[in-house]
Design a protein around this ligand. Structure first.
Ligand SMILES: Cc1ncc(COP(=O)(O)O)c(C=O)c1O
Length: 379
């Protein structure tokens, strides 16, 4: 077979995808009560199979077998699918190793400090990003970190600190702390009215909630794939077309610097394994549809938000939050941890000794029995 034919045949053809069958697609869900996708999504069996084929080709060759997976068509396919997911154009999408790499490329590329500008963020942003901003603050950057009120962003607090020197507002579209969904369009309008740009960390949003970068006014967005995009230590950077090069300057250079569109920010060749994983995962995710994924999570989250507070775990997620993540206060995290371990329930549980917090997240493979088991274990 000629190389071109191999390329056209790869990867494994898309299989039918129905939400009703999702549990069987994720064997992990039958082994443990896994309510922890906000930390990491299990791999779908179909995604593993594709990766196994690729690993087989890498191990045994021949070259033509490897070419089925390492080719421009596959990489363009992945960019197109991600672009579809966030309603961008494929040339607004570049690959990046991770969310935080993308955020650093944005901060550096905007020349914020050299221009005497400031950055506005808030304490519902990811801890690693806050560490990044605090380190830059120590180095002299004007950083304004707005505190949440009752676990959500009060828009008036944001308005107070944004001024004409603000160059960037950086938020987690969906907060990893409690699943809170920011008022993105309103924040974008505030940024733009001051000549600033909006960066969204979308790792807890992409694949979990609808995203339309144009309608939401997002200028830059980054995310990794290992949470709601269903797998791969692999990520994306969206850069609005008219900001590429002109406003967001590439600051790190390499073989990919001459690429067009947002690919110019890639620097090096990306992880092919991540790309192969994402090709299969995004095909599946898009076939399921983000709207249907959201509709599946909603009643499960509603039950968690009702039953866990009734069992003595008050929620720190605002009522009506439209994300698959909800968090709760836990009086005795060590006791809760022991109970969950005994029941084979996996969530994110923070703290030891005093009061702790518990984050529960729901994906396509979860069902009502998972919620019942969690609540029963903690009651
Ligand atoms: C909101 C948020 N941002 C960033 C990260 C880290 O992302 P990455 O490993 O892709 O840099 C996480 C991980 O939990 C997160 O929840």
């Amino acid at each position: 077979m000629k190389r071109r034919q191999f390329v056209a045949a790869a990867p494994a053809a898309a299989m039918a995808a129905r939400l009703e069958d999702a549990r069987a697609e994720f064997p992990w869900a039958s082994r443990e009560t896994y309510l922890n996708t906000a930390t990491e999504h299990p791999l779908a069996a179909r995604t593993s199979r594709t990766m196994e084929e690729y690993l087989h080709a890498l191990t045994h060759g021949p070259d033509s077998a490897r070419d089925r997976f390492e080719n421009g068509t596959l990489m363009r396919g992945v960019k197109s699918m991600f672009a579809r997911l966030v309603h961008a154009s494929p040339d607004e999408i570049g690959f990046t190793p991770s969310t935080q790499t993308g955020e650093n490329l944005v901060i550096e590329g905007l020349d914020i400090m050299a221009r005497g500008g400031n950055v506005v963020t808030n304490d519902l942003h990811y801890g690693g990003s806050l560490l990044n901003y605090r380190s830059r603050q120590k180095a002299g950057l004007d950083v304004r970190i707005v505190a949440h009120r009752e676990h959500q962003m009060d828009f008036r607090d944001l308005e107070k600190v944004v001024d004409r020197k603000t160059r960037l507002i950086a938020i987690a579209l969906v907060s990893n702390v409690n699943g809170y969904v920011h008022e993105v369009r309103r924040i974008a309008d505030l940024a733009h009215a001051h000549g600033a740009y909006l960066y969204c960390d979308a790792i807890q949003a992409a694949g979990a909630v609808p995203i339309d970068v144009g309608a939401m006014g997002i200028d830059f967005l980054a995310c990794s794939a290992y949470k709601w995009l269903m797998g791969g230590r692999f990520g994306y950077l969206y850069v609005r077309q008219d900001l590429q090069g002109r406003v967001l300057k590439p600051k790190l250079f390499g073989g990919r610097s001459t690429a067009s569109g947002a690919s110019r920010y890639e620097i090096s060749t990306v992880s092919h394994l991540g790309c192969v994983c994402q090709h299969a995962a995004l095909e599946y995710l898009l076939a399921l549809g983000v709207d249907r994924i959201g509709a599946h999570a909603r009643p499960l989250v509603a039950r968690l938000m009702k039953e866990l507070p009734a069992a003595g775990y008050p929620s720190i997620t605002p009522t009506g939050t439209e994300s698959p993540i909800c968090s709760f206060t836990v009086k005795d995290p060590d006791a809760a941890r022991a109970k969950l371990k005994k029941a084979g329930v996996v969530v994110t549980l923070g703290g030891s000794g005093g009061t702790g917090s518990m984050r529960v997240s729901v994906s396509v493979f979860n069902n009502g029995d998972d919620v019942t088991r969690l609540v029963a274990a903690l009651s």
